[in-house]
Write a protein that binds this ligand. Sequence first.
Ligand SMILES: *Cc1c(COP(=O)(O)O)cnc(C)c1O
Length: 369
Amino acid sequence: MLETKAIIEYEQLARSNQPFMQELEQAASRVIQGGWYVLGQEVAAFEEEFARYVGARHCIGVANGLDALILSIEALDLPPGSDILVASNTYIATILAIVRAGHRPVLVEPERATFNMDPALLAASLTSSTRAICVTHLFGKTCRMDAIGAFAREHGLRMVEDCAQSHGARLGTQMTGTFGDAGCFSFYPTKNLGALGDAGAVVTNDDALADRLRHTRNYGSKQKYVNRYVGVNSRLDELQAAMLRVKLRHLDAMTAHKRALADVYFKGLPAWLDLPVRRDDEFDVFHIFGVRHPQRDALRQHLLDQGVKTEIHYPIPPHRQEAMKGILSGDWPVADELHATELSLPISVGHEMADVQAVIEKIANFDPR
Ligand SMILES: *Cc1c(COP(=O)(O)O)cnc(C)c1O
């Protein structure tokens, strides 16, 4: 029998954007012909539409997700060098933002089953300098904001949410981004709501915080040539805002597609793999479908040999990064374990049920011993 080498890519952005091509081209053309390219009507409209989608009073567009985090943490006006609790296995951006805002990241280990910050470990990490918690809703799953929020209130801590992977994810009926003081989003092209370049936003219900961010993203100025704060240039482009407005209209459908692909994985994957945990009150958006196995590297090679491309999120934990020497120290065995065993299976708008079925079949013929 002649075997055709069908490759299943991890992600193909052109394919994921193809269904919206006509709408994207029309929106781009509108912006180009409009002649206004940075912070204009498209940005204002996207901010309003995204705030409404998330269920927050304000949305402030910025240049990327990292800036959304840095500017939000900075706007809390905490004493310089405050301790901020953050998950030991988060993507490095959350930790970089804390450091860039002039504070000290204090790591808290995640739950193995969810990859999210373990609320039961918060108390042990509290110091007299702790002023805030930065949660990351990793892989598109909400953190336990009920327990974490209660802890924050009890100890008078501010709360910033890293929502770069959780567009539309909910705990109960409440969307991520609305539990804390600020919800920070990235619209990097691979994210669940992805632009065609860099983009980000902060959502908040705090009027003063929103006003501060409207200044700091633009040189500390809301009124031309009047500077109220020491700001940065982290503005959102009209072109990206216009692309995001198109894709926001399809976000629920894109999420439904990813959740349907996840259902196929849940039904078909073998019992020897550790699958993502699903709980009744959590609406997961599966930015990443991360499974765990002790033979992760062998399984990854096995899949690659059969034309299935996978990813690892992430290969190196924050406390082992060279950049974090002198900033992070100590032993973080859960983070180490997750980084050594996680494998991300293909799940995107560009994948079909048959792709996922093919991945399942190729996993099934791996010898897991
Ligand atoms: C992508 C990402 C960011 C950073 O977003 P950028 O837009 O790339 O700056 C921050 N945190 C998490 C968890 C992310 O996945």
